[in-house]
Design a protein around this ligand. Sequence first.
Ligand code: SF4
Length: 407
Amino acid sequence: MSGMDIYFPDYYNKFRCLAGSCPDTCCAKWQIVIDDRTLARYDKVEEPFRTRLKNSIDHKEKVYHQINDRCAFLNEEGLCDIHSDIGPEYLCRTCRVYPRHIEEFENVREKSLALSCPEVARLLLSHNGKVTYLHKENDRSETYEEFDNLLYGILCDIRSLMVDIIQKRELDISTRFAMVLSLAHDVSRRLVDNNLFDIENVAEKYRNISIGKFEAEMKRRIGGRKPPYMGGGSRSRRQREKYYNGMNTETAIRLLESLDYFEVLNDYWPDMIEDCIEELEDNGASARTDINTMEGIRNERENERFDIMMEQIAIYFIYIYYVGGVYDGRTLNKLKAAIYSTLIIAIFIKTKWLESRRLVLNRCVEYAYKYSREIEHSDENLELIEELMKKYSTMDMVAFVYEILGR
Ligand code: SF4
């Protein structure tokens, strides 16, 4: 019997918790569920901390009490009293593990770091190199009932190809995203037709694709919705004014409004969306001036930084979610959801970038982790995002990509 394969991104071991200096600690606002093993250990803790544990835990719900939206053990310095008074071995599993995240497949563990942690978001968004996935093994092995190893292997190969495409920095970022959407669409059709053996032909086609032909095909298929910078001035002046720094403000607002669909987890979230929409509406009105000076607003170094951020965020979402389609077959919706999430973060970042005329890393980090907290920490929202994706065809998504990322 073979052992267990463990995969993780190359920045995984660089993570260090910011503890007291975290701008938005995970010990605030979240109800942290305590595993039974840790609860049993708390019974053996000596006084006086034992009484504090007893009084600060909701034993029925198995969660730590919160005082003013903060964990009862989070002290004024932003540090954890359990960690400092009785030791890190008494932290519950969630606190020990977060922000580390594991996707489980038969004899495989895919590790990642949750973007909802500000320090992880900073690590990811300041990572200039192309992310690689490292591998190690251990001796453990397991058997899952009804696990489809063949499909899992195929989806892993397709995901690797998607990562390769998204990392082709010589191509426009919009074209890279359009290409993975198109690839996911073609693979999904083979899955629906139960034609697994043709998927390698699909992959081969995308490995050798002619970029010029692919872009021309995309332009033809998204037709009237193509952004002005793709069409060589075929749009009227009035149509062009809807575009701001290569971003169609109407589409950006429409996509932000689609966030109303989701469960709200954090009080700041609705205001964040509203502020961004207001900013876009104001900018839309003054777009004529800025369109004319567009090149002045965007300097090449910042454009390059922005594209690398989009690359890292898209790969983050694709890596975690795409292969999960082995369990439910919804691979295309998962891929569309990964691109949708990246575009929403792009809208927040671009809007702030336009306002301040500078691409500020801390602001980018803030938008990325806050989006992740809102969506990735709710099973309901993760389900809803896939439901929402059923409303958008693959070509709708391609059009959104060009309308938001522009160029
Ligand atoms: S959110 Fe991240 S950096 Fe902040 S306290 Fe939690 S694990 Fe540490």
